[in-house]
Design a protein. Structure first.
Length: 172
């Protein structure tokens, strides 16, 4: 497997850098793209150990596997059959990839939590408005926020950074 990846100039790395559009420095770029070869790629890797429902202590078995093989990748013990550990996978990836889910609401109506907008960590109310409609950002006066990035109903401006789970009400 490693020889196939090496032939295609792909290296698996244990380092996961949180994606943030507001700051991408040379160290982060160097970790994702090989500095010595502009066509090589370093991919952050997560080891999923399946069939964790068949062993007594999945965390201990996983640690033993890592010690024996010398793998440094972050690892999760899961079971595709029983669903054990699969609930941890989504939040783990969302946290490492820097994904933020934001819900919008029309003034005077209930929030629809079925279809969030997805943004990168560090993006703002203006970015939410741009995703709703590209012209809305020009006419946006302010927004109200409910959620982790402010107190409920707080009036905020264009540059307010949104957080995962925020509800944003845009006002023209």
């Amino acid at each position: 497997m490693q020889s196939i990846l090496a032939g295609r100039r792909v290296t698996l790395t244990e380092r996961w850098t949180v994606a943030d559009d507001t700051r991408v420095d040379a160290e982060v770029r160097g970790d994702l793209i090989g500095a010595d070869d502009p066509f090589s790629v370093r991919l952050p890797t997560l080891l999923l150990a399946n069939k964790a429902d068949r062993v007594g202590e999945p965390a201990a078995e996983l640690e033993a596997l890592r010690e024996l093989t010398g793998l440094r990748f972050p690892a999760l013990a899961v079971s595709a059959d029983s669903g054990l550990g699969l609930g941890e996978l989504g939040p783990w990836l969302f946290g490492r990839l820097g994904i933020v889910r934001v819900y919008t609401k029309v003034p005077g109506h209930a929030v629809d939590k079925q279809r969030p907008f997805t943004l990168r960590r560090g993006e703002t109310v203006a970015d939410v408005a741009r995703r709703v409609h590209r012209d809305l950002v020009r006419t946006l006066r302010y927004a109200r926020i409910w959620g982790p990035s402010g107190f409920d109903g707080q009036q905020v401006g264009h540059e307010h950074r949104v957080a995962d789970g925020d509800v944003v009400e845009l006002h023209e």
